[in-house]
Design a protein around this ligand. Sequence first.
Ligand code: ATP
Ligand code: MG
Length: 193
Amino acid sequence: MGGTFDPIHNGHLGIAQSVAEQLDFDRVLFIPTGNPNFKQDRKVTPGPARAHMVKLAIKGHEHFELDTCEVDRAGITYTADTLKELTERFPGAELYFIMGADSAATLVHWRRAEQVADLCHIVVVQRPGQSMEFVRAALESSPIAFSVRYVDVPQVDVSSTDIRERVRRGDTIEDMLPRAVAEYIENNGLYKE
Ligand code: ATP
Ligand code: MG
């Protein structure tokens, strides 16, 4: 599961848990983006800090792992490169990329999307406020043959954007993310401006 994770929250953890159970996954790798291609318009928290928050969030989850390959890679990172690296690191593994409907709606425009389609199955989960019909239409009308699984998960109406805005306003973020992550944000003064 890739994401900016700025910060990681209960939506991310919830979909990972539910999908992993339903599809009987051996493990879920959380891969924070290095230099997100789609988010060059705003200041993203440095990779090591985002990765650390992931680490705090998944502590105690037996099947969850932090993977820093994108944070450690120089330049703009592309999912196609990451998947290539994962196939080399885990020969014979069957890879599934978990994503919310908003990400899935953009998938056909990703750099080397056909390579992404070749290297993994796509797991799409519903996200509050996102149209699933739009996602289906986008993927079905694409010339690229994605292997897509649509998986029902409990809906969690949380986004990192909302969390960042609440911190800036001084509002509570309790119940939106693990306590250890909220404490890290507070102790390091993240999202104050
Ligand atoms: P931001 O608001 O900064 O974009 P975000 O909450 O969307 O943050 P990302 O790191 O961008 O989080 O998302 C990583 C992945 O998790 C994406 O595939 C996204 O669709 C999915 N995702 C994030 N939050 C949810 C949620 N509440 N429900 C379902 N999927 C989610
Ligand atoms: Mg997002």
